[in-house]
Design a protein around this ligand. Structure first.
Ligand SMILES: NC(=O)c1ccc[n+]([C@@H]2O[C@H](COP(=O)([O-])OP(=O)(O)OC[C@H]3O[C@@H](n4cnc5c(N)ncnc54)[C@H](O)[C@@H]3O)[C@@H](O)[C@H]2O)c1
Length: 327
């Protein structure tokens, strides 16, 4: 499958390294506005470097476009590639605004080219195991979840992460991982209440604490931190009526279960040599090749963005936000 990647920065490099291990993919070209990034990215996979998407598709026969551009640039290229009949693998968040996301949804709704959005947390072994245990009913009824995701501030191209209009801040860029996982696992979100430091002058330091109430009754406390003065880390705790599961990235490979005496035994073996990014991209490529449904549906990416934007609105207004159907 001939693939062209656009945006060979931090995440573009992660994707290219993964493709080097996915034999079904031939990366034919890598485009980046910075020539040195295009060259460095292309070298990872023996592809040709290009200065732009235009140059890439003029020179190469591209079936799949992988977009790793700053978030506010997702819409234009995704919609264009759809119009050209190319499948798209798009980094999360699907878009910067709900209007942009709606345009992307519409562009891929015709049954032609397909879209896959990189909600990679669904491929992390701890999260896969937690989802399986919840689905199997091993935890009983889930009542409460607590998540935390903390990242040092990322210095992207032109410092785009610091520009709220381009990145959307910590809620859109980082916490969306947890919003997507929790919605996938616990169902639709009914109400969002969030506090944070959004709008302050220190845009390289962003922090938010979000309470989600799910239609099914569960409550989640979701914490996100940008500019964390330590290594990137995350944790999750899921409390059900029969057992409690916890995972913490500072203790890799661990998933701890504390359970009632009659709850089923066994914490899954998390040992996995495969990068979750590679697992995610291999899954997307498999879905394109076979026509199978992806575990990350376009609608899921749209809904995760809606939750992130509702949380942002709650921070700005100080009021809870109730989520209705798609507007
Ligand atoms: N899934 C994850 O874990 C994860 C982690 C980090 C970032 N991301 C997402 O990946 C996307 C990219 O983030 P990043 O950290 O790689 O950013 P980055 O700034 O490191 O890379 C972006 C690249 O795009 C290039 N670029 C900018 N405009 C361009 C244009 N018009 N044409 C071609 N190239 C252009 C820049 O030169 C840069 O190399 C964002 O949407 C971000 O939210 C996802």
């Amino acid at each position: 499958m001939r693939l062209g990647l656009v945006g060979a920065g931090f995440m573009g490099g992660v994707h290219l390294s993964a493709y080097a291990n996915i034999p079904e993919v031939e990366v034919v070209g890598v485009a980046d506005a910075r020539p040195e990034s295009a060259v460095a990215g292309a070298q990872l996979v023996g592809a040709r470097p290009y200065a732009s998407y235009d140059e890439l598709v003029a020179a190469e026969d591209v079936e799949v476009v992988d977009i790793c551009l700053p978030t506010a640039f997702h819409r234009d290229l995704a919609v264009r590639a759809a119009g050209e009949g190319r499948h798209v693998i798009l980094e999360k968040p699907i878009a910067r605004t709900i209007e942009d996301a709606g345009e992307i949804l519409d562009a891929f709704s015709g049954g032609g080219p397909r879209l896959f959005v990189g909600h990679v947390v669904r491929f992390f072994p701890e999260y896969v195991a937690i989802k399986q245990k919840i689905d199997a009913g091993d935890l009983g009824t889930v009542g409460m979840v607590r998540t935390s995701r903390r990242s040092p501030f990322l210095l992207g191209w032109n410092d785009w992460y610091a520009d709220w209009r381009v990145s959307g801040g910590v809620l859109l860029d980082l916490v969306i991982h947890d919003f997507d996982f929790l919605r996938w696992t616990l169902g639709e979100v009914e109400r969002v209440y969030a506090r944070g430091v959004l709008g302050r002058e220190y845009n390289r330091l962003d922090y938010a604490l979000v309470t989600l109430r799910f239609r099914g009754g569960a409550i989640a406390h979701v914490e996100g931190h940008w500019g964390y003065p330590g290594p990137f880390n995350y944790s999750i705790e899921v409390a059900g009526s029969r057992a409690l599961l916890t995972a913490d990235s500072t203790e890799p490979g661990t998933l701890e279960a504390i359970r009632e005496p009659d709850a089923p035994d066994g914490v899954p073996d998390l040992a996995s040599g495969t990068s979750p990014y590679e697992a995610e991209l291999a899954h997307f490529i498999h879905c394109i090749a076979t026509g199978e449904e992806s575990i990350v549906k376009v609608r899921d990416a749209y809904e995760a963005l809606r939750i992130s934007l509702a949380a942002t609105e709650s921070v700005l207004s100080g009021e809870p936000v109730t989520l209705g159907g798609r507007g």
